[in-house]
Design a binder for this molecule. Structure first.
Ligand SMILES: [Fe+2]
Ligand SMILES: [Fe+2]
Length: 490
């Protein structure tokens, strides 16, 4: 432990501004991650590696020159650079996870570069690191010995510190990814709003920003689908249209992922979903927010929104970001699977794949959200039951199956009563589809407080092989005045 104390003396707090620190820190992680990966695959004379080492050296050394030293340390599931916790970016998440996992497996807790290094030192460091045997507690000592043999005094390695209550060494704290997801979720809602306002005012609308956000959502979805799905339970009543577009996009992406779409197709799908109701910007607010039923004239206006949406995207200055698949998807989103929806068609055509996906997720989100004309929405269970009845009519039966499988028999956000008498919220679907009816549930504390909440996995059995908990029935959160979204935002 002596060496760890020393490290605190060597390192000092960075003087960089917050955003710059996040950027520089994440760049350093990316470099170290790539170095570890490349050196595991290529031998040391490889040209790609030589160039990469040069670039990394430049970055590490300029950091050391500026800050006096460079220390990267693991504390529980966080990474600290020069004693400052690193908040990683979406792009940096993979590197973050990789370093954390690989270092923990090797019981390496901290690396300190006390002064600038040269190419030989960096190579020796990286190759020694990747050659360490996993699971050896004395790795840090061996590492330092090896560095000494090589005459390298600029680099020092410290062992991993174990903390009480730490289970398993390969976990990454999901909390951080959740923070990133939340930020992107709200940023996307804000950007959709911005774009709609720009379109209303005939101003230049920034499509590329929305595209980048869609890509970030995909990135998060690849890491953990349940985080974004959980955020769709927020259902912001005031910002309905914008919030709705983002939710629709999250559900659509989740279906697209199950269908094995490439990242490029997913981006197109996500953007189509974000744009699907853009045509509503041409409809008067009084009609959109009318509490009662629409009269014939108002309905006729409403039915124009898919076509108005098509016109809107075709008029975008950055039309290069839009392709026919996306335009047709917007056109089709109320057409229904059997073509009995709107707009009216003069010639029969097939509904497009994007259109069929949107029909499902659009209806699902609309039915589960409180609206001016329906203050108490359907529960998730009621919604799925209604949708099943429309299978083959309103909805593509196969895609509907994919969707039901995705949200589960008990969708994320369902309020459930367990046979133990506890009430909880479905928090995450079981990763194995075989346990579709046995999701993970967060139970309220006995006194109903946040602090007492516990997480249970319904697939767990006791020593006799009996399930520890089972769902007896779902409850209507509106009746119990429970704000489900709170559990996904905390
Ligand atoms: Fe619509
Ligand atoms: Fe919609």
């Amino acid at each position: 432990m002596e060496s760890t104390l020393e490290s605190h003396d060597v390192a000092r707090k960075t003087t960089m501004a917050d955003t710059e620190f996040v950027k520089t820190g994440n760049n350093l992680l990316l470099k170290l991650h790539a170095l570890m990966r490349i050196s595991r695959t290529y031998d040391s004379k490889n040209v790609a590696l030589v160039q990469f080492i040069q670039e990394s050296l430049k970055m590490i050394n300029s950091f050391i020159e500026r800050e006096g030293s460079f220390s990267l340390k693991i504390v529980r599931d966080d990474l600290y650079i020069n004693q400052q916790r690193l908040r990683y970016s979406v792009e940096g998440f993979n590197s973050f996870k990789y370093l954390l996992t690989q270092w923990k497996k090797r019981f390496i807790g901290e690396v300190i570069f006390k002064e600038p290094v040269d190419e030989r030192m960096l190579r020796a460091f990286i190759y020694t690191l990747v050659d360490l045997e996993e699971g050896q507690e004395e790795n840090a000592t061996l590492f330092n010995q090896k560095l000494q043999q090589e005459g390298i005094s600029a680099v020092q390695v410290n062992p991993l510190e174990q903390f009480e209550g730490e289970d398993g060494v390969h976990t990454v704290r999901k909390g951080d990814l959740k923070d990133v997801a939340k930020k992107i979720f709200f940023e996307t809602i804000g950007t959709v709003k911005e774009v709609v306002t720009q379109i209303r005012g005939d101003q230049h609308a920034d499509v590329r920003k929305l595209k980048r956000l869609a890509q970030k959502m995909i990135h998060i979805m690849m890491e953990d689908e349940s985080i974004l799905l959980g955020l769709t339970t927020i259902k912001n009543y005031d910002e309905y249209t914008y919030n709705h577009s983002v939710n629709v996009s999250i559900y659509a992406l989740a279906i697209g992922r199950r269908l094995g779409f490439s990242r490029e197709t997913l981006t197109e799908l996500g953007l189509t979903a974000l744009f699907h109701d853009m045509g509503k910007s041409k409809i008067p607010i009084e009609v959109l927010n009318k509490p009662g039923a629409l009269d014939e004239k108002e309905w006729a206006l409403m039915k124009k929104h898919p076509m108005a949406g098509v016109e809107t995207v075709l008029n975008l200055k950055q039309l290069g970001e839009i392709n026919p698949k996306m335009v047709i998807g917007i056109f089709d989103h109320h057409l229904k699977y059997n073509l009995t929806g709107y707009p009216n068609l003069y010639h029969k055509k097939e509904t497009s794949l994007f259109g069929r996906i949107l029909q499902i997720v659009d209806a699902y989100d609309a039915m589960t959200t409180p609206r001016v004309y329906k203050k108490t929405p359907y529960t998730l269970e009621q919604t799925l039951a209604i949708m099943q009845k429309e299978s083959g009519i309103h909805f593509d039966p196969i895609l509907l199956k994919v969707f039901v499988n995705l949200v589960g028999v008990f969708p994320i956000g369902s309020l459930v009563l367990l046979d133990s008498g506890d009430v909880g919220i479905v928090y995450k679907a079981h990763p194995d589809p075989k346990w579709i009816d046995r999701p993970q549930v967060v139970l309220f504390g006995k006194d109903g407080t946040e602090e007492g909440k516990t997480f249970v996995d319904l697939s767990e059995t006791d020593s006799d092989g009996h399930y520890k908990w089972s769902i007896i029935k779902t409850l209507d959160p509106n009746q119990y005045h429970i704000n489900v979204a709170k559990y996904f935002c905390a």
